[in-house]
Design a protein around this ligand. Structure first.
Ligand code: F6R
Length: 241
């Protein structure tokens, strides 16, 4: 694992954007595995700036996102499709048909997961997968205890996650109960993985994931076994390592 420690969130975002843009410059038709959440927002902002300057071109890039809520339309302001449009896709020249996020409104979510696995296969696999890390070590929506050998699948959200997400919705009842997520197997099949972590509140889980045993109880610990991981973390997130 290659580890870059940066001063703060901004320099972490810039370093992560360096790595992603290098991938796109070297292979303009790269398949990017993308994530939502607060960790990659600064990276997307930096990439948009470089796109505006003409330094990076996304016209041939294909993308696959990690996850989506079951039951939310692409237009719902809490859907991950909406997040990606707002924070990245609407500001660059990636072709809409080249972007993939699981369809939250699919009538049969399990069938949608199978379709999504086929999408990833048809693209020839993922060149670089961006990941954030949850406080409990989750990656994508793979919570502690999830089997390592799954590809994209449906997960039931824990009561804790539903509680935590309730603040983004008009009421707790509106929070989706399920999500579709790439599994650990899908993530581990990416040729390279870029993990972005910032903040002191992540310091304990970063230490556990990097130096503790590899176990489904800490999904991110599996990354110790991937041959090509780059971790970009700010000083605060690395403060216990
Ligand atoms: C996002 C995702 C999640 C987040 C994780 C960290 O698509 O699947 O696993 O990466 O929850 O979230 P932030 O970056 O908000 O701390």
């Amino acid at each position: 694992m290659k580890i870059y420690v940066t001063e703060d969130y901004q320099s972490m975002s810039r370093k992560a954007a360096n790595i992603l843009s290098a991938q796109v410059i070297l292979n303009p038709a790269s398949v990017l595995g993308l994530a939502t959440g607060s960790s990659p927002v600064g990276m997307y902002q930096q990439l948009i700036k470089w796109y505006d300057k003409g330094d990076v071109d996304f016209s041939q890039v294909r993308s696959v996102n990690l996850d989506e809520y079951v039951g939310l339309s692409p237009e719902h302001n809490q859907s991950y499709r909406c997040f990606m449009q707002k924070h990245f896709f609407d500001h660059i020249n990636i072709l809409p048909e080249n972007t993939n996020v699981p369809n939250g409104l699919a009538e049969d979510p399990a069938a949608e997961c199978r379709r999504y696995n086929q999408v990833i296969r048809n693209l020839g696999g993922i060149d670089i997968q961006v990941l954030g890390m949850g406080h409990n070590g989750h990656i994508g929506f793979n919570e502690p205890g999830e089997a390592f050998e799954l590809e994209t699948h449906v997960v039931n959200l824990s009561e804790r996650t539903i509680d935590a997400n309730a603040r983004f919705f008009a009421s707790r009842d509106e929070v989706p109960r399920q999500a579709m997520t790439m599994g650990i197997k899908s993530i581990m099949q990416a040729r390279q993985i870029l993990v972005i972590v910032s903040g002191e509140d992540k310091a304990a889980i970063v230490k556990t994931a990097l130096t503790g045993p590899v176990t489904p109880r800490v999904p991110a610990s599996i990354l110790q076994l991937h041959p090509n991981v780059v971790l970009v973390a700010d000083k605060a997130a690395m403060s216990q390592c």
